[in-house]
Write a protein that binds this ligand. Structure first.
Ligand code: GRF
Length: 190
């Protein structure tokens, strides 16, 4: 049985990266972290899991195409065929989209199509909804618009602080993302 090789794209704290790495039986090997924020906390987590990190600063490149060509080279060198986005704050461009059609997955902290874009938890919190959630979806060329793979609801309680809501959403993310990855990978095992 051949396991696919995957890269995680993350630029933040890396709690989802950690959850993916600690998941039992992910049915793929995460071999590379791509990070666009030098100094991000997620980078420190790679050593523990023996994952190679490629960190870049987009400002040092002329365009998205320029840096994505470099990323593509790294991904090819690592034999990666799946990309898992977990707090990567950039829109994926045509260079990567065309190389990995329906093989780029993202996690977003709302029930899409509600609250796309930045600070989805804050948007839900400010809107005083009584329910939000988590979505795992394929990436397309829009902002959080690609085909939805799985969603899970998360309640918002009247006295919640934004921090409490964030914590509740992240607990769901950390279970849902590895579970969805495992399900997708099981369809591609041979
Ligand atoms: C998560 O809430 C994810 O849904 C969003 O960015 C956040 C990343 O958090 N896309 P972390 O770096 O995994 O802790």
């Amino acid at each position: 049985m051949t396991k696919a090789r995957a890269a995680v794209f993350a630029s933040g704290a890396g709690s989802n990266f950690q959850a993916i790495m600690e998941a039992d039986d992910l049915l793929c090997d995460v071999v590379l972290l791509i990070c666009d924020k030098p100094g991000a906390a997620v980078i420190e987590k790679t050593e523990k899991f023996g994952v190679q990190a490629f960190i870049f600063n987009a400002k040092e490149y002329g365009s998205k195409t320029d840096y994505e060509r470099v990323l593509l080279e790294k991904l090819r060198e690592a034999g990666v065929t799946w990309l898992f986005l977990a707090g990567y704050m950039r829109i994926v461009g045509p260079t990567l989209l065309s190389e990995f059609p329906e093989r780029i997955i993202n996690i977003h902290p709302s029930l899409l199509p509600e609250f796309p874009g930045l600070d989805a938890i804050g948007q839900a919190y400010e809107s005083a909804v009584d329910q939000t959630g988590v979505t795992v979806h394929y990436i397309d060329d829009g902002i959080d618009t690609g085909p939805i793979i799985a969603q899970e609801e998360v309640p918002v309680y009247p006295n919640d602080t934004k921090e409490q809501l964030t914590e509740r959403i992240q607990q769901v993310e950390h279970k849902l993302y590895p579970r969805v990855i495992r399900q997708i990978m099981s369809r591609f095992m041979h």
